[in-house]
Design a protein. Sequence first.
Length: 278
Amino acid sequence: MPLVSHGRLFAAPTTLLKTLFVSTAVISTLIISGCASKPQVHNSARYAAAPNFYTVRSGDTLSGIAARYGLSYLSIAEMNDIAAPYRIYVGQSIRLKSGSAPRTNTTRPVTQPAPIQRQTIAIPKTTPVPTAPVTTTTTTTPRTTTPAPTVSSTVGSLRWVKPSNGAVIENFNLASNVKGIRYGGNVGDPVFAAADGQVVYAADGLKEYGNLVLIKHINGYITAYAHNSKLNVNSGQNVAAGQKIAEMGSSGTTRTMLEFQVRLDGKPINPTNVLPIN
């Protein structure tokens, strides 16, 4: 009996302790459940203005957010399953009120732009068109050489030829101060020596005669060739009858012509006295 009584005596405290442990666990569970369902509010006014969810910004801390909205940071951590050391991240959505529905974040897939494709543009090669060689045809106009006069006459032991093939535009007339025969023509037409002799003057020292050639012949004859554009002989040069000695021009006058004079012993005579008729 004593043993049984003693056993019963110790049985009661054991059952009591078990009952106490179970009751304590239930109470603890109730306390924890109560904290999870209702956050600890330190400031009702701030809590009333708090949003259901808050998106963490740069520089935020859990305690700072809790203080801003009148809550305990432990309550916020518990509602959002944030374990110690209570780290939060920028862009994280945090529940501030337990009764709010879970926040739905609609995440739109970020469409990556298609990679820029480098396009190779084929530039057509320009094939040079073969250029046909340019054949330059130089047309040389043969220069017409005026033949020396062949018709001659012999006067005073000299053979005389006409000094120009041009037409006579004015005859010898001392009354009009024309001391010879004037032949018309073009600039550059040849002027011939009327007889054999020696050039004693070839220059433009006499203004009224322009470019002038004087040829001395035998037997006291001197011939003069005035108004030339170009002189082809020099003083002291011997020339033959029919030799080109100058080119027709208009120096010392107003028109293109050759003024031909013949002097005998220093006096002008009519050239037709010595020149051939034709």
